[in-house]
Design a protein around this ligand. Structure first.
Ligand SMILES: Cc1cc2nc3c(=O)[nH]c(=O)nc-3n(C[C@H](O)[C@H](O)[C@H](O)COP(=O)(O)O)c2cc1C
Length: 248
């Protein structure tokens, strides 16, 4: 059976994972809830966003424990700039002797919107063409036209590792405003268990991985970054919001 391991905070990667499942079958598993080594699968897809020209922490932590003999295909998606994230992924996977068959990158709507909000027409046009572009990648995989990054391609490894080490600061800068109704959805969806209720208040601890899931998916838009008043939040409309983080 095919294993489709994904990480997603706002649904873009889940949309891709579901498309992979429609084409190749198999099980979709949310990486933060998966503690296996992929030995149960015949082949494995990893579907992940690009974070700071590299990998989200749950995906970074998954790589070392995967079995070495499985065929692995990676689909990375990004909002604006790849910055050699495909080469970085490949290099990191090679360090762990994984059998990477192909790595593909795909543009999806930006969800790192703490500072800049993309124009609506732009987000809509990316979404409109997304399934077509996913299908092009899946055609290549089906026809075994595998693509790997140039092993000599430059990466932004130092920047990535520095940013990854600082992601917890994002959590320090979140707060909850008066719109909060204490539904505790943020507590439930946080992939690093970084949000808790203490003395009746929502608090952010010190292991935020900067996925921004709480920020984008709070039903009241009550989670704010610094004192910014931005009302813009993004969730991929091609998936059901409550499906993000589930297995299928
Ligand atoms: C912390 C963080 C860092 C990001 N870094 C990058 C980046 O380096 N380059 C880029 O193009 N997009 C970047 N993005 C945008 C996401 O890769 C993109 O929106 C992705 O499609 C989100 O996938 P998801 O909806 O499955 O979570 C970043 C997003 C976050 C939250």
């Amino acid at each position: 059976m095919t294993g489709i391991l994904y990480f997603s905070s706002t649904g873009n990667s889940l949309q891709i994972a579901k498309r992979v499942q429609e084409r190749f079958g198999g099980s979709i598993l949310y990486i933060p809830k998966y503690d296996g080594d992929a030995s149960e699968f015949e082949r494995v897809f990893i579907v992940t966003p690009i974070y700071s020209y590299g990998l989200p922490t749950p995906v970074f932590d998954l790589i070392p424990r995967l079995v070495k003999d499985k065929e692995i295909i990676v689909i990375q998606n990004y909002g604006g700039m790849i910055g050699g994230a495909d080469a970085l992924f490949y290099d990191y996977a090679m360090q762990h002797n994984l059998n990477i068959m192909g790595i593909y990158t795909l543009k999806m709507p930006e969800n790192y919107t703490l500072f800049l909000v993309p124009p609506k027409f732009y987000t809509n046009s990316i979404l409109k063409s997304s399934n077509k572009r996913i299908d092009k990648i899946l055609d290549k995989i089906e026809n075994e036209k595998y693509k790997l990054p140039n092993p000599h391609a430059s990466t932004k490894r130092d920047t990535y590792l520095k940013n990854k080490g600082n992601w917890h600061i994002i959590g320090d800068r979140f707060s909850v405003n008066d719109n909060c109704v204490k539904c505790q959805k943020c507590v439930q969806i946080c992939p690093s268990n970084n949000i808790a209720v203490e003395d009746g208040k929502i608090v952010f601890k010190d292991n935020c991985i900067a996925c921004l899931g709480c920020y984008h998916r709070c039903p009241q838009k009550a989670i704010v970054y610094l004192d910014k008043k931005s009302k813009y939040r993004y969730v991929n409309p091609n998936v059901k919001e409550k499906e993000i983080g589930q297995n299928f």
